[in-house]
Structures are given as structure tokens and as C-alpha cells.
Design a protein around this ligand. Structure first.
Ligand code: B12
Ligand code: SF4
Length: 485
């Protein structure tokens, strides 16, 4: 089948992000014998015209869209990308001389598959990972069989196209409930993403880093979090030598030496983080890298090994430094562990960026203030703060919001809805803004845009390759964040 794969993501904050998920499914579709082209809309001046031109030129049998972000999950400076995605789908649909199958996937689709299928008006969508389901869907379409019944596939009942059914049609799926893993979930670990189909070097230039995944899944169940829904709640690990091979290839082919591991929590399980670090140390690749980490199980020996392997910064999901708030968010570590990890990062020479979430059920003015003070006392390089929690269906917090009437129907959560405990609602934004302004290294992406796009471009053009929060260790950048805002 002739395919056009489209990456729809044009968000450039904090950096343009290489479409890793699409590169994975491109490789899976190519291995299944399909003839494919890709269109990355990130750098197109006029994305809608580019899409229309490519579809007319290529005349594909199917157009498959990867939708990464539904919104920016930041309040109150919220950006909602769905209307732009809808326009892209309509553009292809309106080329009346062609009738390609329209397929959607990616995290934005997987968070709310039924709602997204209707909202987008695509023919089929795949929830969760696409390495096995996507080729299976294409095979079914080629042979005229119904793809409904393939794990993860969503489509309109009766085989008609969604666009032909008034109101989007009634939807059927083989797995509307239950874990999102399709098939046995191991195929992805044998696939190396088809990066060469995209402009990897440009992402290296404008975004600083390449991205790599060493495992899928998160075993925790924090109340607001979607990651277990997207990746599953059991770990599926890659062979560390395979990860090192992939990184070595990027270093040699694309001349990129800065990396971000996109795993939900890099240091879980600790033995895997240790194994990846060992493999990287053995290769002597002269790379630097960062990752998301949890204070749970992040010990000094592990941090030292990670540093020896090139880790120079961690984004630690501390969320809060108040005991009751941590419990209410369902976190699996304590305030003391946060303090210990901050000290251990300092000893290991790893820059630390805490990420915090304020406003969950039970938050009070006192817990807000004590978290700010405690986190500040750990002398982090940076702190990223979200005020208000984005509610998603099928998360414990989303379910609670539905049960208690905070929202009356899951469809209300397609456009971004944020929960802020009414007790802190009147003071939260102003308190955080005042505190952040006095520190300089506290970033509030939903309240104060931390950096102008032009400054970002200049820094990248000048060759700065780390996540930009690293710069907040310098007085000159600390002063810039809140100046004139
Ligand atoms: C790592 C990460 C980051 C890192 C990225 C670093 C880097 N250099 O890559 C950083 C911290 C920079 C980041 C930033 C942001 N992120 Co982020 N990020 C993630 C995370 C944890 C992993 C993404 C990833 O790479 N996964 C690995 C790839 C292989 O998987 P994948 O993309 O999902 O692709 C698979 C499937 O989705 C599917 N698939 C993908 N495309 C297609 C297409 C078709 C046709 C099919 C069939 C299937 C399919 O198959 C793929 C392979 O299995 C996810 C959460 C998660 N656990 O998924 C959030 C996530 C994607 N981010 C999210 C958000 C909101 C953001 C930000 C907007 C936050 C902000 N306000 O700054 C920015 C946007 C950045 C940008 N420019 O786009 C949200 C998006 C949901 C939403 N509300 O819209 C997520 C889902 C987290 C969440 N809150 O639930 N992010
Ligand atoms: S917040 Fe982090 S640790 Fe908690 S469930 Fe999500 S990814 Fe896992």
C-alpha cells in the first residue's frame, strides 16, 4: 500500500521534538512491505498547503497522522491543538478526486480514542503503540477485511467511514476498556526507528537533542497521570546493548551527542538504568544526556554511574514536598527522599530540575507555601511548575472528577480542563508567580512564558545543546525569565 505518514506536531516549546513515535511505526510499516513517504509539518511554513500538495502529488492509498499533543497541559496559558488537526484531516478529505483511508494515532489520539475518532472524522484510529496494530490494520484494509477486532483499532461500526455517518457514527473497538497494550507488546523492542526518513540533523540543530526510548511502561499509579494508559503499567525493557547501538549510530551518522531518554521514569527499574549506564560507559561515546526520574529508588551509587555514562541533568517528578499532598497525588516516595535525591544529585554532579504540580484535591495555602520553601531549600538548578491539574478520562483523578460531579461527562475533557482545589484557587497563581519572580529559576510555563522563541533560536543557533533549564544556573538567565513580565 502507498502510505503518506504525517507528523502534525508544530509545538516548539520547550524545543521542537523529533517525531519518535512516527519513526517507530514507519519502520514497522516499511518492514511489512509498504511503500511510504513522510511529511513532517514541524518546519513547514504553510502546513495546510504542504499537506494538500503532497497528497495531490503522491496520491497515497492511506494518509496516517501522528498526533502527539492534544494541548499543552498548561494553565491558564493553555494551547489546544485539536482544531488545527481537524483542519488537516478536512483538507485531505476535501480532495474529492482521491479517497485515501485516513488513520490517526499518537498520544493525543490514544488519550481519548473514541472522542478523537469522532472529533477528527478519520476512518480508523489506533490507541496505544502502533508497531503491531498499524501493519495489521493496513493488511486488513488491503485485503478488504474489517480491521475492527484488531487490538487497539477504533473505527465506525459497520465498516462505513466515519465521515459518512451523521454525527460521527457509533464506534466499536475490541478494547474500549482494559490495558492499552496491543498484541504481546514486545515487537517495538526489536525495531530501530526509521530516523533517516526525517531531518534528524535539523532537530539536533534547533532542538539540541536526539530522543531515545529504553523501555515502555510505568508501574506506579499516580492519580492524575496518563503514562500507564499510554504505555502500559508493566515494564517492557530493551536490551541495553541495543540501546547503545542505536545511540552510537546517531552519534556517527547524525553527529548528535546530546540525548534525552523519553522513558516515563528512567531510574525504574534501577537495574535497567544501571545496565543502560554500564553499556554507555563501555562504549565511550562522549555523549551527554538527560531523562525523567523519580525520587523513588534513585540512589547515590546509581546517580554516580549515570553521571559517568554522560547524564548531566535530571527532570525529577517531585510534584510536591508536602507529605499529605504527596499521598493525595498517589506518589510513592516521601519528602525526605526528595531532599536526599537533591543532595545526591549535587554529589554526583548532576543538575536537578524538579517538576511540581499544584492544586490537587486537598492542597491548602499552607501546603503550597511549604512545598515552595522546601523545594527551594534543595538549591535546584531549575523548577518547572504546573498550577492546576489537567484532567484525563480513565485516570484515577479523572474518574474521581466524574464520580463527584466536577465534570459531568468524559467528553468535557477533550478540550483541556484543569482541576484546582477551591481552597487554593483564589491564591494559587499569584502566590506561585510572586515566589517564582523572587527566585528566577522557577519556570511557570502556564503562567509566564519562560523564554522568547527568538532567544531560544539564538541559543540553539549558537550551539547550546542541553535542555534550556540548565541555563538557569547562571545569574544572567535567571534575571531574564521574569524581566518585563
Ligand atoms: C518524553 C516526553 C516529553 C519530553 C520530550 C523530550 C524529547 N526530546 O523527546 C519533553 C519534556 C520535552 C516533553 C515536552 C512536552 N510534552 Co511531553 N511527553 C513525553 C512522554 C513522556 C514520552 C513521549 C515519547 O517520546 N514517547 C515514545 C514514543 C515512541 O511513543 P509515542 O510518541 O507515543 O508513539 C507511539 C504511539 O503513540 C503510536 N503512534 C504515534 N504516532 C502514530 C501514528 C499512527 C498513524 C499510529 C497508528 C500510531 C502512532 O505508536 C508509537 C510507537 O509505539 C509523553 C508521555 C508518554 N508516556 O507517552 C509526554 C506527552 C506526549 N507530552 C505531553 C505534553 C502536553 C507536552 C508539552 C506540551 C508540555 C509543555 N507544556 O511543555 C511539551 C510539548 C513539546 C513539543 N515540542 O511537542 C502530553 C501530550 C498529551 C496532551 N495533553 O496533549 C504527554 C502524552 C504527557 C501527558 N501529559 O499525558 N515531553
Ligand atoms: S507521574 Fe511518573 S511515576 Fe507517576 S504514574 Fe506517571 S510516569 Fe509513573
Amino acid at each position: 500500500m502507498k502510505l503518506l505518514l504525517v507528523s502534525a506536531n508544530r509545538e516548539s516549546f520547550p524545543d521542537p521534538i523529533f517525531p519518535l513515535g512516527l519513526a517507530y511505526i514507519a519502520q514497522a510499516a516499511r518492514s511489512a512491505g509498504h511503500d511510504l513517504r513522510v511529511l513532517d509539518l514541524a518546519f513547514q511554513k504553510d502546513p495546510e498547503s504542504s499537506l494538500s500538495e503532497r497528497v495531490r502529488k503522491e496520491r497515497p492509498d492511506a494518509v496516517a497522522f501522528s498526533f502527539r499533543n492534544l494541548d499543552n497541559a498548561a494553565y491558564p496559558l493553555t494551547r489546544f491543538y485539536l482544531p488545527k488537526y481537524q483542519r488537516l484531516v478536512r483538507i485531505v478529505r476535501n480532495i474529492s478526486s482521491l479517497r485515501p483511508w485516513l488513520i490517526a494515532g499518537g498520544p493525543a489520539f490514544s488519550l481519548m480514542p473514541e472522542l478523537m475518532l469522532c472529533a477528527l472524522g478519520v476512518d480508523y484510529g489506533i490507541e496505544g503503540e502502533g508497531e503491531e496494530a498499524f501493519p495489521a490494520l493496513l493488511a486488513a484494509l488491503e485485503s478488504g477485511r474489517s480491521p475492527l477486532g484488531i487490538p487497539g483499532v477504533f473505527g465506525p461500526e459497520g465498516g462505513r467511514r466515519t465521515s459518512e455517518i451523521p454525527g460521527g457514527g457509533s464506534l466499536r473497538s475490541s478494547k474500549a476498556d482494559g490495558p492499552p497494550l496491543a498484541f504481546d507488546g514486545s515487537a517495538w523492542s526489536r525495531i530501530i526507528p526509521a530516523r533517516e526518513l526525517f531531518d534528524v540533523r535539523r532537530y539536533g540543530r534547533v532542538g539540541g537533542m536526539a530522543n531515545v526510548q529504553t523501555k515502555r511502561g510505568c508501574v506506579f499509579r499516580c492519580r492524575y497521570c496518563t503514562y500507564p494508559l499510554l504505555e502500559g503499567s508493566a515494564h517492557r525493557l530493551r536490551d541495553p546493548e541495543g540501546v547503545a547501538d542505536e545511540i552510537q549510530e546517531i552519534v556517527e551518522r547524525d553527529k548528535i551527542r546530546s540525548f534525552f531518554f523519553v522513558d516515563s521514569v528512567f531510574n525504574m527499574p534501577a537495574s535497567h538504568a544501571d545496565g543502560i549506564s554500564e553499556a554507555l560507559i563501555r562504549r565511550r561515546l562522549r555523549i551527554r544526556w538527560g531523562a525523567y526520574a523519580s525520587p523513588a529508588g534513585l540512589t547515590l551509587p546509581l546517580l554516580r554511574k549515570m553521571a559517568a555514562a554522560g547524564c548531566d541533568g535530571l527532570e525529577v517528578g517531585s510534584d510536591s514536598a508536602d507529605r499529605t499532598t504527596l499521598q493525595a497525588l498517589g506518589k510513592s516516595f516521601s519528602k525526605d527522599q526528595i531532599l536526599e535525591v537533591a543532595e545526591d544529585c549535587r554529589k554526583a554532579g548532576i543538575a536537578l530540575c524538579h517538576s511540581l504540580i499544584f492544586g490537587g484535591p486537598g492542597e491548602t495555602p499552607e501546603t503550597v507555601k511549604s512545598t515552595c520553601q522546601t523545594i527551594d531549600s534543595t538549591h535546584p538548578t531549575a523548577v518547572v511548575v504546573m498550577a492546576g491539574i489537567r484532567l484525563y478520562p480513565r485516570t484515577p483523578l479523572g474518574d474521581w472528577a466524574l464520580e463527584t460531579g466536577v465534570v459531568s461527562d468524559a467528553s468535557e475533557l477533550l478540550p483541556p480542563r484543569f482541576y484546582i482545589d477551591p481552597v487554593v484557587a483564589p491564591m494559587l497563581l499569584s502566590t506561585l508567580k510572586t515566589f517564582a519572580a523572587s527566585r528566577g529559576n522557577w519556570i511557570l510555563p502556564g503562567i509566564v512564558p519562560p523564554i522568547e522563541p527568538l532567544t531560544r533560536q539564538i541559543l540553539r543557533f549558537a550551539g547550546y545543546k542541553k535542555p534550556l533549564w540548565h541555563l538557569l544556573r547562571y545569574r544572567v538567565f535567571k534575571d531574564r525569565v521574569y524581566r518585563d513580565r
